[in-house]
Design a protein around this ligand. Structure first.
Ligand SMILES: [Fe+2]
Ligand SMILES: [Fe+2]
Length: 302
């Protein structure tokens, strides 16, 4: 079992906690002359039939999609965490407070990403399509068992850590305002990974071995559902790109565009989570065979 404690996580999250107005508004504007996303996640440079300016425009479309995707998944995480806390409110005061703080932070992130979207739409000058609506996505994900949903959440929060530390933090080309937003999101998500680990362990401790196996299968089913969303998003990004730049791609270019962007989206939202060592360590503790199963599936998303 993990060494994380609700008391320790609560203390850190109270220290880290920031306000939306610290991140966006007043003189804090996006610089549309700069890329928003690191290349390892955006995957735009291999599209050599696009000019550097067009690659930057596509990078920014991907930046919007990245934040909208968080807004989307946080709509399910918020009720999920509250439902997990609710049956045992009186048992452990630190647990209750840490989980409610977690839910409050996700509600704040949802609002932050809405504010960001308004700012993006105003500055970018074109409306970009994104998958959704969030309520329908949340309802679909929450229809699976709590352990499967907790595993998905653990996967998401770990890839947020990997994206910021491995790709964003040291990339000096990125727009400082967008980077600051990713930094503050990462700072609070760091505590969520620990609470997700505790949630997975609590739920697994109350489950039979076959229920744990079923939850991992359901986690993979949700992954396939998200993959379907990524296929739609790649096509939407192509439409948004053509509208924003006025550059109509030919059939071969469209195919290369969608192929490269689907690969980048898959890595961003599925591959970088399912291969994260901390995520796999938690799954391996539940059952080493299930960790191997995920390892066999992962290459399709990497
Ligand atoms: Fe978040
Ligand atoms: Fe989170």
């Amino acid at each position: 079992m993990t060494a994380y404690t609700y008391e320790g996580v609560l203390a850190t999250s109270q220290r880290v906690n920031w306000k939306i107005d610290d991140i966006i508004g007043d003189d804090k504007h996006l610089d549309f002359g700069r890329p928003f996303m690191p290349e390892s996640l955006a995957g735009v440079r291999k599209l050599d039939f696009l000019s550097p300016d067009e690659q930057r425009t596509l990078n920014q479309i991907r930046g919007l999609g990245y934040l909208v995707m968080f807004g989307l998944v946080e709509e399910y995480i918020l009720p999920f965490v509250l439902d997990h806390a609710r049956p045992r409110l009186a048992g452990d005061d630190y647990r209750t407070r840490a989980l409610i703080q977690f839910a409050g932070e996700e509600a704040k992130h949802i609002q932050l990403f809405k504010r960001f979207r308004e700012e993006f739409d105003a500055g970018f000058g074109h409306h970009c399509q994104v998958i959704g609506p969030p309520e329908a996505v949340a309802a679909k994900i929450l229809s699976y068992s709590p352990l499967a949903v907790a595993l998905l959440t653990l996967h998401i929060e770990w890839f947020v850590q990997a994206h910021y530390l491995e790709s964003v933090k040291d990339d000096q080309a990125l727009d400082p305002q967008f980077k600051n937003l990713l930094k503050h999101h990462w700072m609070e998500e760091a505590q969520h990974t620990k609470l997700d680990t505790l949630m997975v362990e609590e739920l697994a401790a109350a489950a039979e071995p076959e229920e744990i196996e079923k939850a991992v299968d359901e986690y993979l089913e949700i992954g396939a559902f998200i993959d379907g969303g990524m296929q739609q998003q790649a096509k939407m990004d192509l439409d948004s790109f053509e509208q924003a730049t006025g550059h109509r791609l030919n059939a071969e270019e469209r195919e290369r565009f969608c192929e490269a962007q689907l690969k980048a989206l898959r890595w961003t939202f599925i591959g970088s989570g399912i291969t994260h060592p901390s995520f796999l360590a938690t799954v391996g503790k539940l059952n080493p065979r299930l960790r191997e199963k995920l390892g066999a599936v992962a290459p399709a998303f990497c």
